[in-house]
Design a protein around this ligand. Sequence first.
Ligand code: HEC
Length: 124
Amino acid sequence: MRLFAIPLLLPLLLPAPAIAEENGVRAFAPCRACHSLDPAERNLPGPNLSGVIGRAVGGAAEFDYSPVLRKARDEGVRWDANRLEAFLADPAAMFPGLWMSMRGIEDVAERQALVKFLEDPSSR
Ligand code: HEC
């Protein structure tokens, strides 16, 4: 086997959940500039995302949300895995006027890995 083939084969040797987890960690890397998963860390530009799935939209304590997210919160909208995945595909399309300057994630597998990662804090 030629040496350059080894990196291509590595994903086949790892168990599938490990791959998904790793992709989730990687997909969350750019989010860390603005979001933390450590409940104690609250001084970033974006709301704390620990336990975001199952939580009300605009539900992080002490975060000053945009009117569009406050309206969603007042209407009782909550984050579940499907809503979060759709949000990540095109955040501003779901909430026009959103104060989060991030383009959507086009790759569905990457979005799913990211949602899984946010769902399961132990995979941090
Ligand atoms: C440049 C900073 C920035 C980056 C990068 C960023 N966000 Fe955000 N995010 C924000 C801000 C600010 C808000 C609040 C928006 C508002 O109030 O309209 C937000 C809101 C959110 C919310 C809603 C939270 C709630 O409490 O309802 C989610 C979920 C979210 N971001 C996920 C992500 C993910 C996942 C990524 C990475 C793929 C990401 N964000 C990247 C700044 C950012």
